[in-house]
Design a binder for this molecule. Structure first.
Ligand SMILES: NC(=O)c1ccc[n+]([C@@H]2O[C@H](COP(=O)([O-])OP(=O)(O)OC[C@H]3O[C@@H](n4cnc5c(N)ncnc54)[C@H](O)[C@@H]3O)[C@@H](O)[C@H]2O)c1
Length: 294
């Protein structure tokens, strides 16, 4: 079985390509860049690297009927989407439409799409369920919601699974909470937090890889699933956990909160637990320890 992974050179992509190869899949790793893929996988017969944009119509030439497609490629950062909304629309919406059309033309087995909690309304009841109102408060979230809507629209012709990841952290993501905190602490600098009382649903990259693999195999398709830990942790607590793990005397610097952050965010993950058999295995302190070991 071959899995086409888009955005394979990215943070989630690289970890997932490794997980897929370890689990015995062949992989077609597609990205506009191969800077991280090539050094690790060039020469591996089970991993074909293709440097191509998801906006390229030739995409349909490289996808086969027997494939499953895991679509991760995106403008995946709030700040990048805000600075260049046209590019975010092109990649996240038009790129996803191009993937959908290629998948339908080739009659692939399924499309798994990496979505986000940013599609939900800031006033969604807590813990957030999959049927909560989708009303994004950011350009990034809006493009991800539109991509979901295109998948729903074509859903009759395409078995799909939508995974709405929580806040993913792990090795090779050195920005955002956890990543930026550890980076600064290791460089002897004070970590900066914005607000700090807002909570998020932190999920370790190894649990995300597990969810991606389950989504590629589940019988329960044409569904959206929240993929998180089901625990609300404040940014301040995350920062404190990083400081404790690095064992330093440095303290955090607190700046004003940003409007696009949810005040409280935590998932109800019971649907993923029941239908996907997804069970998060890493709590925050173990996840941070694991990063520091690598
Ligand atoms: N990391 C998180 O916390 C998180 C949370 C929720 C959802 N997600 C979603 O998961 C997916 C992966 O996120 P990530 O953190 O690995 O992001 P990332 O930025 O590390 O990776 C995205 C990859 O997409 C590639 N890409 C961009 N434009 C492309 C194009 N036109 N054609 C082909 N490839 C292109 C980039 O080169 C990059 O390698 C994204 O869809 C993101 O929206 C991530």
């Amino acid at each position: 079985m071959r899995v086409v992974v888009t955005g394979a050179n990215g943070f989630v992509g690289l970890h997932t390509v490794r997980g897929l190869l370890d689990a015995g899949y062949d992989v077609l790793a597609l990205d506009v860049m191969d800077s991280r893929l090539a050094p690790e996988f060039k020469g591996d017969k089970r991993c074909r690297i293709v440097t191509m944009s998801i906006l390229d119509k030739d995409l349909r030439k490289i996808i086969n009927k027997e494939d499953k497609v895991l679509h991760l490629a995106a403008i995946a950062r709030f700040d990048q989407a805000r600075q260049n909304p046209q590019k975010a629309v092109a990649v996240n919406i038009e790129g996803t439409l191009n993937i959908i059309q290629a998948c339908i033309m080739k009659k692939v087995e399924r499309l798994v799409y990496a979505s986000t909690g940013s599609v939900y309304s800031h006033s969604a009841p807590i813990p957030i369920r999959e049927d909560a109102k989708r009303e994004p408060g950011s350009i990034y979230g809006l493009t991800k919601k539109h991509a979901e809507d295109w998948i729903f629209l074509y859903g009759e012709s395409l078995p799909y699974v939508i995974l709405r990841y929580g806040y993913v952290y792990g090795k090779d993501k050195d920005w955002g909470a956890v990543g930026a905190f550890l980076k600064r602490l290791r460089e002897g600098e004070r970590p900066v937090i914005f607000g700090g009382m807002q909570t998020n649903d932190f999920i370790y990259i190894k649990d995300i890889v597990q969810a991606n693999l389950l989504a590629l195999e589940t019988e329960h398709v044409r569904q959206a699933y929240n993929v998180g830990s089901g625990r609300a942790i404040s940014i301040k607590d995350v920062c404190e956990a990083c400081i404790a793990a690095v064992k330093t005397n440095l303290t955090m610097e607190i700046k004003p909160a940003r409007i696009f952050d949810f005040p409280v965010f935590v998932y109800d993950i019971s649907k993923a637990q029941t239908l996907l058999n997804f069970e998060p295995k890493w709590n925050l302190s173990r996840g941070i320890e694991d990063i520091l070991k690598q």
